[in-house]
Design a protein. Structure first.
Lengths: 172, 257
């Protein structure tokens, strides 16, 4: 049990971040993480060798996906445009904050599978192999989704209103 | 020296900073000579920085109590699900040696029909509890009508158990068909949306009385007992030690005053 505590506890903040970026609702995301941790505790001895990080993200990702499916089956759309962006950024300065809100609302327009791969690789620093394991797809699929995600996000960012272009350029 | 061609994968790996130093240098020199590609790569790198920046603060927030791993580990120790599962498996499979055989004989159909009742409750639970549109036919707001209907059909006065002291509100109920005619099904939920089902019907032996037994079908667990010829069962997706006190409450309330 101590072994588990030492290996799992430091990863909880990253799990929260991934869940929240994926479902965009603080309490729903934390519920997912809680489910994930409960499963991890009960299945700790069943995990295979390999990265604990990838194993935890796999559990979390599968929970999130099955929740998406349930939500779709219920005929209710995920709150994308109205899910409080303020919750996602709190400490950032105002201009930075606008840029951050902008990138997150554009990320939200990506299909779920592209969003997931971009978050796992670019934000959570999973290796391509670990991301492939989490998503249960070949590495080639990870690479093509990553490529499509980045192109698509760039298209979204390029099509912003003129005022925001200035803000984006000033960052570069 | 012939250099391997630069691939799209290399460009992404460059953005994600996972290339070996040697390859990284090759990609960098390629980008120096291809400004259009370099522009795309720079844009991807900007995206990456913005996403990381936008989400960084979430990982800095203090963890809420529900995500305290120690609490989760300790919570599991208090609720040994495996013990509950073992008892249920023993009863279902009849593999429990002498103890298992004795309890199994109590539960077997032909002896008293309690295992049928438990199974019927599990089926009702799996059909109606996940139903978001109409889990019950008569809602709690019409509980007088519900009580009268099920009492008429079961040909005896049925009391709807009040589980509010355990944190469960009556949602309503319905009649369900069973191997011995109609049974009254009542459904409850708590603030988290966890649902419980109580099923009751007359048993073939009008004087049957048994102690409370654990029962489970798939991931639906429950308790079943009989008193005064009526069979009762409480089922839900909760550990046995959470269900037990609720079942005790139902048994107490069902007794004639």
């Amino acid at each position: 049990m101590k072994d588990m505590l030492v290996q799992v506890e430091p990863l909880i903040p990253a799990l929260r971040r991934y869940a929240r970026a994926l479902v965009r609702d603080r309490s729903a995301a934390d519920d997912l993480v809680q489910d994930c941790l409960e499963r991890a505790v009960s299945r700790w001895h069943q995990r295979r060798d390999g990265s604990v990080r990838a194993w935890l993200f796999t559990i979390l990702h599968n929970l999130a996906v099955s929740q998406f499916r349930q939500t779709i089956a219920r005929g209710r759309h995920m709150p994308i445009d109205d899910a409080g962006e303020q919750e996602l950024v709190s400490a950032a300065a105002q201009e930075q904050r606008l840029i951050y809100q902008d990138v997150l609302s554009k990320l939200a327009k990506l299909p779920e599978e592209q969003r997931a791969v971009l978050l796992l690789v670019a934000v959570e620093d999973l290796s391509y192999a670990d991301a492939a394991a989490v998503l249960n797809v070949p590495i080639g699929t990870v690479m093509s989704r990553l490529s499509r995600a980045r192109e698509r996000l760039q298209q979204e960012m390029d099509s912003v209103a003129p005022g925001n272009v200035v803000a984006l350029r000033s960052l570069k | 020296m012939n250099q391997r061609p630069i691939t799209e994968d290399d460009l992404h790996a460059y953005v994600d900073q996972v290339l070996e130093p040697e390859r990284r240098a090759e990609v960098a020199s390629y980008l120096d000579h291809h400004p259009d590609v370099a522009g795309r790569v720079a844009a991807f790198a900007t995206q990456r920085e913005q996403l990381r920046g936008a989400l960084a603060s979430i990982a800095d927030e203090p963890l809420p109590a529900e995500l305290n791993l120690l609490h989760i580990i300790e919570g599991r120790k208090r609720r040994p699900r495996w013990a509950w599962g073992m008892i249920a498996a023993m009863l279902l499979l009849g593999l429990g040696g002498l103890g298992g055989w004795t309890t199994r004989s109590l539960l077997q159909d032909g002896s008293n029909g309690l295992s049928s009742l438990a199974q019927e409750a599990a089926y009702s639970y799996s059909v109606f509890a996940p139903d978001r549109v109409r889990p019950v036919e008569i809602k709690a707001s019409n509980s007088a009508e519900l009580t009268q209907w099920v009492s008429n059909r079961l040909k005896q006065p049925i009391k709807v158990p009040d589980l509010s002291a355990s944190g469960y509100r009556l949602m309503g109920g319905r009649l369900v068909p069973t191997s011995r005619g109609p049974a009254a099904m009542f459904m409850y939920d708590d603030d988290r949306g966890d649902r419980l089902v109580v099923l009751t019907r007359p048993m073939s032996n009008p004087n049957l009385a048994t102690p409370m037994m654990p029962q489970s079908t798939g991931d639906v667990a429950g308790l079943v007992w009989a008193e005064g010829g009526m069979g009762y069962t409480l089922v839900g997706q909760l550990p046995g030690d959470v269900l037990k006190p609720i079942a005790n409450e139902i048994r107490k309330q069902a007794r004639p005053i």
